[in-house]
Write a protein that binds this ligand. Sequence first.
Ligand code: C2E
Ligand code: MG
Ligand code: MG
Ligand code: MG
Length: 280
Amino acid sequence: RAKAMGRNRYEFFTQNLQAEIISHKRTADEVLAGIDNDEFVTWYQPQFNAQTNELTGVEALVRWRHPHFGILAPDRFLKIAEDLNVAATLDHIVLQTVLKDKMRWTAMGLQVPKVSVNVSSRRLHDEGLVGTLRSLSIRPGEISFELVESIFLDEHEDIAATNLDQIKALGIDIEIDDFGTGHTSIVSLLKLKPKRLKIDRQLVMPILNSPQERALVRSIIDIARSLGVETVAEGVETMQHAALLRDLGCDLLQGYAFARPLGFEDFTQMALANWARAAA
Ligand code: C2E
Ligand code: MG
Ligand code: MG
Ligand code: MG
């Protein structure tokens, strides 16, 4: 009897394991199929000048328009894409889409500011990256790359450093993403000379109630300013946050208080309305 129970347990275990393997494998296959079927789309979240409320920046964010599950955010697939070694492919799809969309905005007479795209570590370490970027004929000032700091502590730092110099030479700005989390160092700020520093949402969200985070955010803004680096606050969820960040001297605000990431059509409507308001 004990033996039978043991076997049952064993079968139960293997069945679960198989189900997990199958579902994991299906997800990986789905990501690859999704790439083949053009299911990855680019959404846009606006950033506003804290003083004037003008549309001053845009972040491009990848979404998966899944045939069964609808629009999926990166937390549902980015890790798998990284494991599959296709995160850089997604980055490239997003960049190409941004360049195409910028042409559509220009054709509509709509002035859309520089668009920031996220760049995965793998892509920054790709020796073919600069060649690929050259072939896209990106105009100087048109695009900016968001990098997380941990990228610079990786191995093959030399390739990343060479790429960075050449990326800057192409007129693509560098932004440090998620500043204040992970391997933050002031030294990387000095070395990188980024155009913008994005203060992580984890630091921004508590500023109304926590003097500690508020002091930290104030110091980051002051340091950035003394280095001539613009600051962007991420995760600005309320107008109280926006007002405090403006008082602390933050340059740009991004968050649900203003807008969530939007598809091309919705973003275009939003940008047109902002433009009309600014012109009035
Ligand atoms: P991130 O680059 O830090 O992007 C900001 C994230 O914060 C976005 O999540 C955005 O939707 C979210 N967010 C914006 N405002 C608010 C707010 O007020 N409150 C809260 N709670 N969240 C807010 P999303 O789009 O889900 O992207 C998550 C992460 O996935 C990004 O974080 C970025 O690291 C990565 N990612 C997104 N698109 C790409 C891409 O094309 N390539 C690569 N390599 N990574 C990407
Ligand atoms: Mg980002
Ligand atoms: Mg970020
Ligand atoms: Mg983040």
